[in-house]
Design a protein around this ligand. Structure first.
Ligand code: AMP
Length: 487
């Protein structure tokens, strides 16, 4: 297996995190939570539990169900507190030592951490830490948290964590477990999601849950309490839930792509149901780029809610003209173009009676490299469609993400190199339209229009990166060329 270099220019993780405090079956509950968050990471999974005396850990490559359906493994993960992590499949490869949660024994006790996001000064921190004698065990940016905590001169876990957080730059939602507490942290701009939930046990005592998305609360029967605030550290211990806000408050910049694609449609993110948001974006798309057609067909699954919104708004019938095979992972999992190409065919097939002789509007959430759209348009034409119009419920993806969404480098983004007309030609569609940035923000009800009060990170559509990218400013030729490319 080929291994990703630590200072690779691409984001390494886009993940799901889950943690539980005071629950009899903490590891089993964590496995369920991770199962609900499987869409956030399918490459590897891990759980660390604590039984009041010892930490226990199990990590493996593969899906949650494959790893944690074995009762013996869950049985070994003893204790009433646990955290877990799903790692996203990126184009690089994974080895077990890169699977989270990361665990270390410190002078103050054990400490496990699970991270969703991407640090933008990880390379420089890594270099400085290695110079100080830190021995890295993995190639993950998340490991810098462990070393920064280890060398901190503060005495308590929370103070050491704050000390570490003040040195890192980037997007992070962290869940950590120490001997004394379950901790949840969101970066100062709140780019990635993190929520707090509550379990009520039969005796009335509370249990607490931290998770990437609300869909993980539903599966374990926890109630939603609130989003963890940007820049907040939530400390859950035997005295209850406390909040620490060590950073100066800034306008939050939640990742708008979570609404478009990444979050599960049954999650509620920052007060807005994702399903509702996607339908509203689809309706905006219909208003902005209507064209006469016989049928609206979603590219399943991610295009479904937007296509429903498009169909309702346009009055054109909605049909499942493409059927998805659910036993194949996301196309992005496959590392090479040729396999990806094969993957698309494995994943989708044409429902011919819904397409033959019809003017079809296909709705998908995004075009990244263009592989999916090209194959889908070709498939729909081969099924006999009279016209194929592609409608996309995001603005063109013109820039790479450095904050935890796995996107290819800019040169591979179709919209970075081609106009919309050229893209239509390249994917073989009769017409192509994307929702505008204004349309997207109309649908979400909040926007970035007031520069003094932005709400979202939309760097992948605008190239405006709200968090500094120090590693990109590094002197290496490759990083300099990346920076030039970004501008
Ligand atoms: P592409 O085939 O490269 O144009 O990718 C676009 C397809 O991948 C769309 O159907 C999206 O639903 C999906 N997609 C978009 N962004 C991502 C991502 N970061 N990870 C995995 N899949 C994605």
């Amino acid at each position: 297996m080929q291994e990703r270099a630590f200072d690779d220019d691409k984001p390494h993780e886009e993940c799901g995190v889950f943690g539980v405090w005071n629950c009899a079956d903490a590891a089993a509950v964590t496995a369920l939570g991770l199962h609900a968050l499987q869409h956030r990471g399918q490459e590897a999974t891990g759980i660390v539990s604590y039984d009041g005396a010892r930490f226990h850990s199990h990590k493996a490559l593969g899906l949650v169900g494959e790893t944690f359906s074995d009762a013996r493994i869950i049985g070994q993960l003893k204790g009433s507190r646990a955290i877990g992590h799903n790692r996203y499949a990126t184009t690089g490869d994974t080895v077990l030592r890169n699977v989270q949660p990361l665990y270390a024994d410190f002078e103050f006790g054990g400490f496990a951490v699970a991270h969703n996001g991407n640090l933008t000064n990880a390379t420089s921190l890594h270099r400085a830490l290695v110079r100080r004698g830190c021995l890295f065990q993995s190639t993950m940016d998340s490991e810098v948290f462990i070393h920064l905590i280890a060398i901190s001169l503060y005495s308590t876990v929370v103070d050491r964590l704050i000390d570490a957080l003040k040195q890192v730059i980037g997007a992070y939602s962290l869940i950590a477990l120490s001997d004394e507490a379950l901790l949840g942290v969101r970066d100062p701009l709140g780019v990635r999601p993190l929520i707090l939930g509550r379990l009520t046990h039969a005796d009335g005592s509370p249990g607490w849950v931290l998770a990437s998305e609300t869909c993980a609360l539903d599966i374990v029967g926890a109630e939603f309490v609130r989003d963890v605030d940007p820049g907040e550290i939530v400390v859950i211990d035997n005295r209850g839930v406390h909040s620490i806000k060590p950073f100066t408050k800034e306008p939050s910049r939640f990742c708008v792509f979570e609404y478009i694609y990444f979050a599960r449609p049954d999650s509620v993110v920052e007060g807005m149901p994702v399903y509702e948001a996607r339908k509203r974006i689809g309706a905006e798309l219909a208003r902005e780029s209507h064209i006469d057609a016989d049928v609206i067909v979603p590219v399943p699954d991610s295009g479904v809610p937007a296509a429903m919104g498009y169909a309702t708004e346009s009055g054109i019938p909605f049909e499942l003209g493409i059927i998805r095979n659910h036993y194949v992972g996301r196309t992005f999992i496959e590392p090479t173009d040729s396999i990806r190409h094969l993957g698309v065919k494995l994943k989708h097939s044409a429902n011919k009676p819904m397409l033959a002789g019809k003017r079809v509007i296909l709705v998908d959430d995004s075009i990244v490299r263009g592989t999916t759209s090209r194959k889908i348009v070709e498939m729909v034409r081969a099924a006999g469609a009279a016209e194929v119009h592609m409608r996309i419920s995001s603005p063109p993806t013109t820039h790479s993400c450095f904050y935890g969404i796995d996107t290819p480098e800019r040169g591979k983004l179709l919209a970075a190199r081609h106009s919309v007309d050229e893209m239509a030609r390249l994917i073989g569609a009769d017409s192509l339209a994307f929702v505008s940035l204004d349309g997207l923000y109309r649908a979400l009800g909040k926007s970035n229009r007031d520069a003094a009060k932005p709400h979202y990170c939309d760097a992948c559509f605008t190239g405006e990166y709200p968090i500094a990218l120090p590693d990109m400013m590094d002197n290496s030729d490759r990083q300099l060329s990346l920076l030039t490319e970004m501008r």
